[in-house]
Design a protein around this ligand. Structure first.
Ligand code: BGC
Length: 803
């Protein structure tokens, strides 16, 4: 057993001795978790112990000084952020794993251990080195969620989950704080890289796949942030005004799919308010919908410092408050004594937590190795990264590059590749493979003088970068190197050019339109200069996009021959990009979020990130609290392609789009019956008609009849990826629809209803590349599900603003 376990082991021995003595003296032995029934354990807990269990042990915020011994902990200010005080126990009780995000309290007399939770969605976030310890604890940076979703391959994403879960377990952590699946409502969302898609079916299916993979390793997940957490601006205060229908069909749907298909151990509630009330304080969300309607069996924890009222959170069924501080436990005890929190509710929250603690590796005494197979996991990361990259353009067969070709590699980011985003979604990885290294490994020659100029420039620019004022803030990007004087020479000497454009973001801030969604002047000049010089010599130019969220492409894409969307591909990034550029892997990724022509085309452009109101008199600005603010989801269910397709707005690259180095033909589309009776299947033959092996994604879009409700022109209802098809090889893909897939949410009826009428099924390889339409009929309307009336405003908006 590891050193840090010793205090816990000693205490457990002591308490077992106490239990045995009590028994020998004829006293009733204390119930013990795992040995006694849950009810016996809960009944044996004092109110104070229950209130301790449902409040985390605090955490050591990077840069936060420890509380002063003997003094009541005070709020702390780090780089402009005022943070609530942490529980002194976070500093006093030795951590099981250094650098995790939080822990629960142990109640040792009842055999309840403390469990450890840690970020984040793209890899385990723990301290890579520890004081007085020569060993290292680096973790694998897997590709970000947006890339994984672009694979449209749930089996692949599950494989990533298995490797990820193994790493979590072998580093001694019980629950990973991910995956994250908020909807890409707007391309500027600062955490979009952590999220999968603009579409809830893709987001929910990917989440279920990775959760099933991770949890197959005996550790838990926390799907987050529940719900409608679609922006970072004023994330702790924003009041999201959204219809119940948009919540049910778009913002909750992915969570519903994931809960039903994978039973994550935990769910993390979000920071924002929905229709006036913090999500963590909404009983309709945390209890009626999540637990009752969907059958969620685990527990709900708050996001870190989320919400404002511990008792309201308990009453809502938000079972655990994180990271936790003793004031919250005191408030809970007082509420039970004062009658504003029933013991039955507190017991329900405690019981849910105990059920998960029972499954945890810590409870089971798992002897973790601290030596996960990092090499094996890096191989999984590389393989997955190559499968999720999207080939956006490939004119004149610019790609693949052949072995032995000499390539001039431009763009700072080629030499400072971004493996993943910042904040809690960042991973302490041992290395990131840069693009020139990856190309060299693939047998492609990188022009050395240009590479050296960039490498020198980056070392110099990095040394000049200001330090981050706090953990949340990412360093500003290094200005693009001016390569003008080098371009002509490279156009003479090299066979082709690659230019990498990079973008990074993370929690705490949203992206901006200028110089982030759009290219900077220096980037535009680089693309122009390189393209003009190389094209003059009849040579090709390929742009690699190393980005976490959607950017503007329409204004510059005509200047280049190829565009590979590599997203943020994890620690093996350079190798994975080279796998695709060299043709070792034939790209098969498809967009899971639309690339619009212009930012103004985005349906939420006018309503992002909302408006701010004056602060109450005397309140100092504090990003941890945010300004009084409100955002209206005026677009309703018309998010992403649901909007572009319904309102006939042409995107730059549509949802579901992606090229391959081969060609496919879809034929023989058949619907199993003309009339819908319980379910219906659609089959299609996919044939590789090109010259090299490849995979294709079959997408099924449904157009439902409009009786009284406005519905999107089409919605993705099923998808599947083929196996690797050799040239000439075919595969029959069958997709099945159930009654629920036909239904829309009728707010006035509090029900999901499939309207009677004709349903049009479009089978294609993108939302606009439709091979064939077929239809079937539904004779009589079906009410597929009755729900609780939910999510109505609980307080007047004015009241929230002035709070
Ligand atoms: C983030 C969560 C994260 C938590 C713990 C919060 O700031 O929003 O996603 O899991 O911190 O680090």
């Amino acid at each position: 057993m590891r050193l840090t376990h010793k205090p816990l082991t000693a205490l457990l021995v002591l308490f077992s001795a106490f239990v045995l003595t009590a028994h020998a003296q004829g006293k009733k032995p204390l119930p013990q978790l795992g040995k006694s029934s849950l009810k016996q354990v809960v009944d044996a807990m004092t109110v104070e112990e229950k209130a301790k269990l449902v409040v985390g042990m605090g955490f050591k915020m990077p840069g936060m000084p420890p509380p002063v011994k003997g003094e009541k902990p005070k709020p702390v200010n780090i780089g402009g952020f005022t943070l609530p005080p942490s529980d002194p126990e976070a500093y006093d009780v030795p951590e099981k794993v250094a650098g995790t995000a939080g822990r629960t309290h142990a109640i040792l007399r009842l055999g309840i251990p403390s469990i450890t939770v840690s970020d984040g969605p793209a890899g385990l976030r723990i301290d890579p080195t520890r004081p007085n310890d020569k060993k290292t604890y680096y973790a694998t940076a897997f590709p970000v969620a947006t890339l994984l979703a672009s694979s449209w391959d749930t089996a692949l994403v599950k494989k990533v989950g298995v490797a990820f879960g193994n790493e979590i377990r072998e580093y001694g952590v019980d629950v990973i704080l991910g995956p994250a699946l908020n909807i890409h409502r707007n391309p500027l969302g600062g955490r979009n890289f952590e999220y999968y898609s603009e579409d809830p079916l893709v987001a929910g299916s990917m989440t279920a796949a990775i959760v099933n993979g991770i949890q197959s390793q005996g550790v838990g997940t926390s799907i987050k942030h529940f719900a409608a957490n679609n922006q970072e601006t004023n994330r702790n205060s924003i009041n999201t005004i959204v219809s119940e229908r948009a919540m049910r069909e778009i913002y909750l749907k992915g969570f519903e799919i994931a809960v039903k298909a994978s039973q994550p151990w935990t769910v993390m509630s979000s920071y924002n308010r929905v229709n006036g009330t913090y999500t963590s304080e909404r009983r309709d969300l945390q209890t009626d919908i999540l637990k009752r309607e969907w059958g969620f069996k685990g527990f709900v924890m708050t996001d870190w410092f989320g919400g404002s009222d511990a008792v309201a959170q308990m009453n809502a069924g938000n079972d655990l408050l994180m990271p936790g501080n003793p004031d919250q436990s005191d408030a809970i005890v007082a509420a039970v004594k004062g009658g504003t929190l029933s013991i039955a509710q507190l017991d329900a929250n405690v019981t849910r937590m105990l059920k998960i603690i029972l499954k945890s590796p810590t409870f089971k005494g798992y002897k973790y190795s601290d030596k996960p197979d990092l090499k094996g996991h890096a191989a999984v990361s590389r393989m997955a990264a190559a499968q999720g990259m999207v080939l956006l353009k490939n004119e004149g067969a610019a790609l693949p590059l052949t072995k032995g070709k000499k390539v001039a590699v431009f763009g700072n980011t080629s030499y400072a590749l971004i493996a993943g985003g910042t904040g809690s979604g960042d991973v302490h990885k041992a290395y990131t493979v840069m693009l020139p290294q990856g190309l060299a490994n693939a047998g492609i020659k990188v022009q050395p003088a240009l590479a050296k100029a960039y490498a020198d420039y980056i070392v110099d620019a990095k040394a000049k970068q200001p330090k981050n004022p706090n953990f949340f803030m990412a360093p500003p990007p290094i200005p693009e190197m001016d390569a003008t004087s080098l371009v002509e020479k490279e156009a003479d000497g090299a066979d082709a050019a690659i230019i990498t454009i990079g973008r990074n973001a993370g929690e705490g801030a949203d992206r901006k339109v200028e110089n982030d969604f759009t290219l900077t002047d220096a980037e535009k000049a680089l693309i122009n200069g390189v393209s003009t010089a190389f094209h003059a010599k009849g040579k090709k130019v390929v742009v690699v996009l190393n980005i976490g969220g959607v950017i503007e492409v329409a204004s510059w894409r005509d200047s280049v021959d190829g565009i590979l969307l590599a997203w943020q591909p994890g620690l093996e990034g350079g190798n994975a990009i080279a796998d695709v550029l060299s043709g070792k892997v034939n790209p098969s990724g498809k967009l899971a979020s639309t690339f619009p022509v212009a930012y103004q085309d985005v349906p939420s452009a006018k309503n992002f990130p909302g408006k701010e109101f004056p602060r109450p008199a005397g309140q100092a600005p504090n990003p941890m609290v945010g300004a009084p603010s409100e955002v209206v989801y005026q677009e309703g269910v018309y998010v992403g392609y649901r909007y572009y397709d319904s309102f006939k707005i042409k995107p730059a690259y549509e949802f579901g789009y992606g090229l391959s180095y081969t060609k496919f033909k879809l034929s023989d589309v058949k619907v199993s019956a003309p009339e819908f009776k319980g379910s219906i299947s659609v089959s299609v033959t996919v044939k590789n008609t090109g010259k090299i092996a490849g995979k294709e994604v079959v997408q099924l879009y449904l157009t439902a009849p409009n009786q009284t409700l406005d519905k999107p022109a089409q919605e993705l209802k099923a998808f599947a990826k083929t196996g690797l098809l050799a040239p000439g090889q075919s595969q029959v893909v069958t997709l099945t629809l159930h009654a629920g897939d036909l239904a829309s949410f009728y707010t006035d009826k509090s029900a999901w209803v499939a309207d009677a009428g004709e349903y049009k099924v479009q089978i294609g390889t993108s939302s606009r590349e439709i091979a064939k339409s077929v239809s079937f009929n539904l004779a009589k309307e079906i009410v597929t599900e009755k729900t609780h009336k939910s999510l109505t405003p609980q307080v007047a908006i004015d009241e929230v603003i002035n709070k």
